[in-house]
Write a protein that binds this ligand. Structure first.
Ligand code: ADP
Length: 448
């Protein structure tokens, strides 16, 4: 069994991992940059190592420094969290080569899912439905034209190496195709060092529905249902809920069964998320994330299953603690991502938190690394807290969420709490009636 975990991350996710470790009797090592000396993850850990200056490339992305820290402290496993090195196949390989357990899938599995063309081909072969489009990469106008005529406009050109909502071009008609294809390839080369692009049908009113899965090294893989992450701004998630207001039990079991079986056949070990666009009752795979996600707590709230604990168990070679039959869904959960930004135009607002008082009460969870007097460094992500609330019904959850948002005190910096409060008063949101473009329209009206 694992005895000491080095947490190669910061902020709320570093705390989340630390908590799971301590509940399992595992010691923790925090690594940190010079800008994070006063950070909560550093205060809580059993041991700490400074791995470099503020810039992420020199610290949280610095592989030699992280490996040295693990060796010096005798950590027998590394948890990468999300972001930073979590989906870096090379890092996973190096960790394993040093005889340290990587708490995540193998480097090969990360690699296969990290390249979007390979990922799409792989999951299609495993029986997962994908968005109609080109088979593999597109390099010439002629093939592109044929594919587009077959699937019909609008289409979306995507960089195989793209990520974070970048490297995509929507093409409305045949006249623009050739120019946009060369633009997309050029940009992909500059941004990602790889000009491979592919084409797929552009869906006009889809929802973003993703399935949480977790597999072990004994051939087992279970699904923990779906999350609806359709509320997005610039392809970034703002609020997530589970279950989705538009997915019924029969659909959940059918799709969950397909993804869990596919990932068992793939031999996947670790937590992962299969992301789909969902339109007119059909699912279309867009990508797989081979790590724990920001929004994993909504699934934990409706299943009672500690996802990080299971990640650690399967990385240690143990079997999953649950079979599919043991997974039960109860109630409804919603997560609000609270950022230190202007609530409607998202201008960053770093600074010192002069007062911090999170809400409490039944079924209210607040994951955050902030405390009164904490100075938010400008170098990293702007998320300061995740508020996750559950209820017996969606209505009950919404009432509790509204009450919790009203109780939340974060002073000294501007936060996105007012955006979430505005959503709680919106009829479409309250009715669960929204697609992936809805929030952008809502914000455009607010900013008008
Ligand atoms: P990234 O890796 O950059 O996050 P994804 O492939 O996950 O890229 O797509 C990000 C977002 O882009 C999706 O959540 C969706 O909003 C939009 N998108 C991607 N593919 C399509 C498509 N075929 N049709 C419509 N929107 C799409």
């Amino acid at each position: 069994m694992i005895e000491k975990v080095l947490i190669a991350n910061r902020g709320e996710i570093a705390l989340r991992i630390h908590r799971a470790c301590h509940e399992m009797g595992i010691k923790t090592v925090a690594v940190h940059s010079t800008a994070d000396v006063d950070a909560m993850h550093v205060r809580l850990a059993d041991e700490t190592v400074c791995i470099g200056p503020a810039a992420s490339v020199d610290s949280y992305l610095n592989i030699p420094a992280i490996i040295s820290a693990a060796e010096i402290t005798g950590a027998d496993a590394i948890h990468p969290g999300y972001g930073f090195l979590s989906e870096n196949a090379h890092f996973a390989d190096i960790v394993a080569e040093h005889g340290i357990s990587f708490i995540g899938p193998t480097g090969d599995h990360i690699r296969q899912m990290g390249d979007k063309i390979t990922a799409k081909r792989t999951v299609k072969e495993l029986g997962i439905p994908v968005v109609p489009g080109s088979e593999g990469g597109i390099t010439d106008d002629e093939t592109a034209r044929k594919v587009c005529e077959e699937i019909g406009y609008p289409v979306i050109i995507k960089a195989s190496a793209g990520g974070g909502g970048r490297g995509m071009q929507i093409v409305k008609n045949a006249d623009d195709l050739s120019v946009q294809l060369s633009t997309c390839r050029r940009e992909a080369k500059v941004s990602f060092g790889d000009d491979a692009v592919y084409i797929e049908k552009f869906l006009t009113t889809p929802r973003h529905i993703e399935f949480q899965i977790i597999g072990d090294s004994h051939g087992n893989c279970i699904h923990l249902g779906e999350r609806d992450c359709s509320l997005q701004r610039r392809h970034q998630k703002v609020l997530e809920e589970a279950p989705s207001p538009v997915i019924d039990e029969e659909t959940r079991e059918r799709m969950g069964g397909i993804v869990a079986k596919a990932m068992a056949d793939f031999g996947y070990c670790g937590a992962g998320t299969i992301e789909f666009l969902y339109e007119n009752g059909e699912f279309y795979f867009i990508e797989m994330n081979t790590r724990v996600q920001v929004e994993h707590p909504v699934t934990e709230m409706i299943t009672g299953i500690d996802i990080v604990r299971e990640q650690i168990r399967v990385a240690a070679g143990e079997e999953l603690s649950y079979t599919q039959d043991m997974v039960r869904f109860f109630g409804h959960a919603i997560e609000c991502r609270i950022n230190a930004e202007h609530p409607f135009n998202f201008m960053p607002s770093p600074g010192t938190v002069t007062q911090y008082h999170p809400p409490g009460g039944l079924n209210v969870r607040c994951d955050s690394a902030v405390y009164t007097g904490y100075k938010i460094p400008p170098h990293y992500d702007s998320m300061v807290a995740k508020l996750i609330v559950s209820g017996y019904t969606r209505e009950g959850c919404l009432l509790r969420l509204r009450r919790s948002l009203n109780e939340f005190v974060i002073e000294g910096v501007t936060t996105t709490i007012p955006l979430h409060q505005a959503l709680m008063e919106n009829e479409d949101f309250l009715a669960g009636d929204y697609d992936i473009h809805w929030l952008e329209k809502f914000l455009a009206e607010k900013n008008a």
